[in-house]
Design a protein around this ligand. Structure first.
Ligand SMILES: Nc1ncnc2c1ncn2[C@@H]1O[C@H](COP(=O)(O)OP(=O)(O)OP(=O)(O)O)[C@@H](O)[C@H]1O
Ligand SMILES: [Mg+2]
Ligand SMILES: [Zn+2]
Length: 507
């Protein structure tokens, strides 16, 4: 007898429908799975056999062939355990035929428990798009999947439970998503940082426009301290951004059990010893790396020159494109990685080059060489460079608190909303991602602003790339100022954030 049950597969973040077809016929007992399964799928045979027995049912003594269609796509992981088990039971008439509007995913334990899987969210979204009305997922994945509307998500804990449900002898309540009261209370706050007004202002602009930023300064000046507080002022995520980021965490199995939807922009700070695979992603069927886990959030590279040249080279293209492709012998997978890059570094190996009171002990030219280590691969992608000078003790001991993160965030949110409105339908949501053409289109300037930009351009002999960066940053400054037109004041401020052009490669 032939039956077919619907399920879903995953390739990177891309999900697709899979039909689990089964044929049970007479002949010598045999159990075979075809349709390009990898070993973890092939092992389903043993898990299904045991789970059936241990749930008090009978494994048929027949010739059983399971085909996972489409047969030309490689199948990975144990997600097909549950549909295979149900297909065996349906084909051997131990349960009623299963309607085509239902779909199933889940790994089985030998005792018949349904276990958590990775990537349930993109699979349920795909099921919904394909007209599936009821999807049955492991209980531990149900909350994560409940954010998808237009489909009933049934949490399943054991094989016995789902069989009783399919027979109509027991109920399972579909999972529902109740958005949590946003509680973004953070242990750190910009109010903790004394002084550093210029750096804070630069971070506010960066957060508002999604600009990549480099903080440069001597040891102990508070660069790491400032960077760690960036999450407290990042703009709220749109639902689409949340869903995209959540999918990445779902696929990589890193979604916290109590967080069905990631509503806070991620902040990832990989150590400089991070491996290329850890950063870009990898594995037989590649999983997302740090750069994708930071999607729609911040990728913070502290002590930037300590990262190897190879590591920086790997990041170059993805940071520009917002997507990363990982090629392996078996497959090429693409993951999104639209990140705001935040880098911190000392100006030279000893750290004190340009320090007001301490002497730099490095040999001549060391500061330039140090910067050159990072110049090509990454600095080209950075819109804002800011110097973080040491804070004098008088300011540090000052008990007066600085501005609170929540106040800064409010301004950031306002400025981001203006950008989203202006850029609606263009596929981007912030100024930093504007193409050269969009930059020309959306950065209207007053005559004075135009003249100032021209003067600065000639004075500093800036590249065309730097020109666009200044314009994009000026656009964000104008948005924070609620001004549709860019004025000379906005340009003047934006130019300040190109300190490296002026200082080191101003030529
Ligand atoms: N502006 C400031 N306000 C309050 N505390 C500060 C400030 N700057 C520095 N500190 C104190 O100094 C410590 C060291 O700062 P931080 O680690 O951020 O320096 P850094 O610039 O990252 O140095 P390094 O180059 O060595 O990494 C902080 O933990 C904090 O206690
Ligand atoms: Mg530091
Ligand atoms: Zn030095």
């Amino acid at each position: 007898m032939f039956t077919s049950i619907r399920s879903m597969g995953l390739f990177g973040m891309q999900s697709y429908m899979v039909n689990v077809e089964i044929d049970v016929s007479g002949g010598l007992p045999h159990f075979d799975i075809v349709g390009l399964p990898n070993t973890s799928v092939s092992e389903a045979k043993e898990r299904v056999r045991s789970a059936i027995k241990n749930s008090g049912l009978t494994f048929p003594v027949s010739r059983i062939t399971v085909n996972l269609a489409p047969a030309d796509t490689k199948k990975e992981g144990p997600v097909y355990d549950l549909p295979i088990l149900l297909s065996v039971l349906a084909a051997s008439r131990q349960i009623k035929p299963i309607p085509e509007t239902s779909a199933f995913i889940g790994e089985l334990s030998l005792s018949g428990e349904v276990r958590r899987i990775n990537g349930a969210l993109p699979m349920v979204i795909e099921a919904m798009h394909n007209g599936v009305a009821d999807v049955f997922v492991p209980k531990e994945n149900a909350y994560e999947c409940s954010v998808v509307s237009g489909i009933n998500v049934y949490p399943v804990e054991t094989v016995s439970e789902i069989i009783s449900f399919l027979d109509g002898t027991a109920e399972i309540t579909p999972a529902t998503y109740t958005p949590k009261e946003e509680n973004f209370e953070s242990l750190v706050d910009f109010a903790d940082v004394k002084g550093q007004f210029e750096a804070k202002r630069a971070l506010e602009i960066a957060a508002a426009g999604g600009h990549n930023i480099l903080l440069i300064g001597p040891p102990g000046s508070g660069k790491s301290m400032l960077a760690k507080r960036i999450p407290t002022i990042l703009p709220d995520m749109t639902f689409e951004e949340s869903l995209e980021t959540t999918k990445i965490y779902s696929v990589s199995g890193k979604l916290p059990a109590d967080t069905p939807l990631i509503t806070r922009r991620p902040f990832r700070s990989p150590h400089h010893t991070v491996s290329p695979v850890g950063l870009s992603g990898g594995g037989v069927i590649p999983k997302p790396g740090e750069i994708s886990l930071a999607h729609n959030g911040v990728l913070f590279l502290d002590e930037l020159p300590e990262f190897s040249r190879t590591t920086m080279e790997i990041m170059r293209q993805p940071i520009e494109d917002g997507v990363i492709s990982i090629s392996r012998a078996q497959a090429t997978v693409t993951y999104p990685c639209s990140v705001m890059l935040v880098c911190a570094m000392n100006p030279c190996p000893c750290g004190y080059y340009g320090h007001p009171t301490r002497e730099c002990s490095c040999p001549g030219g060391a500061a330039e060489r140090y910067l050159n280590k990072v110049s090509g691969p990454l600095l080209d992608r950075v819109d804002i460079h800011i110097e973080v000078p040491p804070v004098d003790f008088g300011k540090l001991s000052d008990s007066e608190k600085g501005e609170k993160s929540s106040d800064i965030k409010e301004r950031v949110n306002k400025a981001r909303k203006i950008q989203q409105k202006r850029l609606a339908g263009s596929g981007i949501t912030c100024n930093a991602h504007m193409t050269a053409r969009q930059t020309r289109e959306f950065c209207r300037m007053t005559d004075e602003a135009m003249q100032m930009l021209k003067d600065v351009f000639e004075m500093l002999s800036l590249s065309a790339r730097a020109y666009d960066k200044i314009l994009r940053v000026a656009r964000t400054i104008a948005d924070l100022d609620n001004s549709e037109i860019i004025t000379d004041e906005h340009i003047a401020e934006a130019v300040q954030y190109r300190s490296l052009d002026r200082k080191f490669w101003g030529k």
